[in-house]
Design a protein around this ligand. Structure first.
Ligand code: ARG
Length: 402
């Protein structure tokens, strides 16, 4: 008796997920393995991956283009939330997991599978994101995670694969572990495990070294409608196209790198390098536009929501009730976040230099120091009396009863 009869496996084409196929069948008695490779704009050729799954023993191999859904339904809401985990990581890897989980569950339903599977190990965040997202979408389906249990070293995994016709990686495999999609790249392991090691230039693909960036600044105008990016330099663009173009422009100026020690949910500190050029600049621009159109209290309150939102997404709770409730709050705040932000890119920096919106709350008559000033200066006196009253009373009492 196996653990499941028919399994849909999230498949990347790498050694681990390839070895999962014979492992599920021969060690865990699975009768039928259907692989699902997700296109998230990572730039891989998907056809060789589709074929590789079959060669590795899959009964059926599916490729799903999820790029548009990824950007529209996962990345864009996250931009509206200005989501940065630990104030820095724009969640480029984390955002992909709930979408892959969703499609796994859908394919499992289509094929009448009794389990889904992934190739995550037991040390990362991704296993949590998959397992919890799957449970939220179908609490009754089993989740199998062979790589979490098999206890094989890298060499043993490769040797196991060879027994079932899975070629070992041809080129001497890179020491890094890399995750990639249209939003960016996450790079860890190898020499990066030493926090004192400066990343080699060769690990970067989407962002230029400052030495190679243009000597002239470049400006890009980013338009938003209800908090969603809609145009670059006044040219309306579909979400996927907008992200690709902006990655290109921003990366050319060496903007979008992050080198951080982060706290994983499983309690481990890890050193990760990110490249997410478009996403980082979009969050920066979006936040700036919000400062023009949101009232002070909404804006301040939203910062707390954003922090919680980022933690929920990082920690695998995309489909949780709290996350859904925060979504509703965030959507409500975005109704008037429509306007344009001008960003200057130069030598590794992105600076917002101008912004405009019809919904702007910025009032020149109130803000000006010139003759047109409409602000009632006398009213300030009474306001300050009342505002400062509790502090004055407290101070007097403190003096009387030292
Ligand atoms: N630490 C990031 C996260 O939890 C990325 C994980 C995948 N990274 C990798 N290099 N394979 O979202």
């Amino acid at each position: 008796m196996g653990r499941a009869k028919k399994v849909v496996l999230a498949y990347s084409g790498g050694v681990d997920t390839s070895v999962c196929i014979p492992y599920l069948k021969h060690e865990w008695g699975v009768e039928e393995v259907i692989t699902l490779a997700a296109d998230l704009g990572q730039g891989d050729e998907l056809e060789p991956i589709r074929v590789k799954a079959l060669k590795s023993g899959a009964n059926e191999s599916i490729v799903a283009d999820l790029t548009t859904e990824f950007i529209e339904n996962y990345a864009f809401p996250s931009i509206q939330a200005n989501a940065l985990y630990e104030n820095r990581y724009p969640l480029s890897t984390a955002l992909a997991r709930p979408l892959i989980a969703k499609r796994l569950v859908e394919v499992a339903a289509e094929y009448g599978a009794d389990a889904v599977a992934h190739g995550c190990t037991g040390k990362g965040n991704d296993q949590v994101r998959f397992d919890v997202a799957i449970a939220a979408l179908n609490p009754d389906i089993k989740v199998l995670a062979p790589a979490r249990e098999w206890g094989m070293s890298r060499e043993e995994t490769i040797a196991y694969g060879e027994r079932y016709g899975i070629e070992s990686p041809v080129k001497k495999s890179s020491p890094y572990s890399i995750d990639r999609n249209l939003l960016g790249r996450s790079i860890e392991a190898g020499p990066l495990e030493d926090p004192w090691h400066e990343p080699l230039e060769e690990i970067y693909l989407l962002t230029q070294a400052i030495a190679n960036t243009p000597d002239e600044p470049e400006y890009v105008n980013i338009s938003f409608e209800q908090g969603l990016p809609t145009a670059l330099n006044d040219t309306p663009l579909a979400p996927v196209e907008l992200i690709s173009q902006l990655n290109e422009t921003v990366g050319r100026h060496g903007v979008g790198r992050i080198d951080m020690i982060e706290n994983r949910l499983v309690g481990i500190k890890s050193r990760e390098i990110y490249e997410a050029p478009a996403l980082i600049v979009l969050i920066q621009a979006h936040r700036d536009l919000e400062s023009l159109v949101l009232t002070a209290d909404v804006s301040h309150y939203k910062r707390g929501i954003e922090e919680t939102y980022s933690q929920l997404v990082y920690n695998g709770l995309w489909y949780s009730p709290l996350k859904l409730a925060l979504d509703a709050f965030i959507q409500q705040t975005q109704t008037r976040v429509t306007g344009k932000v001008r960003v200057k890119l130069f030598k590794g920096t992105a600076t917002v230099v101008a912004r405009q919106a019809e919904t702007s709350l910025y009032t020149p008559d109130l803000a000006t120091y010139g003759a047109d000033d409409q602000f009632d200066h006398k009213a300030a006196e009474g306001f300050i009396y009342v505002w400062g009253l509790p502090t004055r009373v407290w101070s007097q009492k403190l003096r009387q009863t030292p």
